[in-house]
Design a protein around this ligand. Sequence first.
Ligand code: COA
Length: 337
Amino acid sequence: MKFSQIIGVGSYVPPRVWTNQDLTALMDTSDEWIQQRTGIKQRHWVDQDSGTCSSDLGLEAAKKAIENAGIEKEQIDMICFATLSPDHVFPGTACFFQAKLGVPGIPALDIRQQCSGFIYALSVADQFIKTGAAKTVLVVGAETHSRALEKNTNGRDIAVLFGDGAGAVVLRAAEGSKDANTSHILSTHLHADGRFAKELWLEEPSMARAGDWMQVKKMTGEQFPKMNGKAVFVNAVRRMTEVLNEAIDANDLKLVDIDLFIVHQANQRINEAVAKAMGIPEEKVFNTIDRFGNTTAATIPIGFDEAVKAGKLKKGMLVASAAFGSGFTWASTIIRW
Ligand code: COA
């Protein structure tokens, strides 16, 4: 029986930091409002005039993950690239990324499940490895939110939340017997409910109405993301709690068996509510939101990398992750690190 092991992890954020205070130059907001409501202190944004895009950030994270794995890039036989902020509408960002990494010929798949995108991508990679269709899969989550946000008072409810960045892991097939302590992905659980698609979405450009898909002159903000913050908040708490419990039950584990929780970073208060609902002690939760904001598909792998660097995530530990986002989509994974 084949199974997947994470053999390398890496992350990258662009150098320019925007503190909450910096944002007050762009919109009517305050450090106090942002910290109180979300726990965010700062985020990294790409140079707005540089043309830096998600494939660029993903490339930097991937190089680190490949180096950390101690493999040559030529050993990779598949790419799963998760992003909400693609370089272009088509082709997929995985193709641009693949060309930049310099590994032509191997399958390059885009995963478009937004904040749940990384766990969806990890699940796809895990299935390819289990069936023997792939041996070494590079899974990337990368976002360049900052260049598509409405960075003024009109868009402040969303603009203050999101940061740019990327994270990546290398998955490798292992074979044979595994005991409870062997590094492997125990499970992934994926969900979606499209009835909530418009609670957090980007309306334009669109094929879902009459006329040309791109109507620049008519746009009055539809080209920027819109969110029903309260609906997102309530559903995020409910669904992340559910999907973590689903994973723990499916693996015949108990909450106390999990050494570390690295969950999506949309809002510190969402994570506190999940921890409270489940009874997770504070010291078992690893958060990065104060430094990076919400980096969507990049959040979980950035969390893995930061937790390893901080000495919080060590070989042999059992780590549980969950994410929730636009779609709505939600997902979880449990990994023996
Ligand atoms: N700075 C200052 N004031 C702001 C603001 C900002 N950045 N954004 C919104 N406000 C204002 C609102 O305009 C509103 O003003 P009003 O009372 O005069 O109308 C007030 O703050 C309260 O807004 P409200 O939306 O009720 O705040 P909230 O407590 O629900 O918090 C969020 C807003 C966005 C922080 C919260 O809803 C949230 O985190 N939702 C989940 C978001 C999320 O996780 N998204 C990503 C999912 S993957």
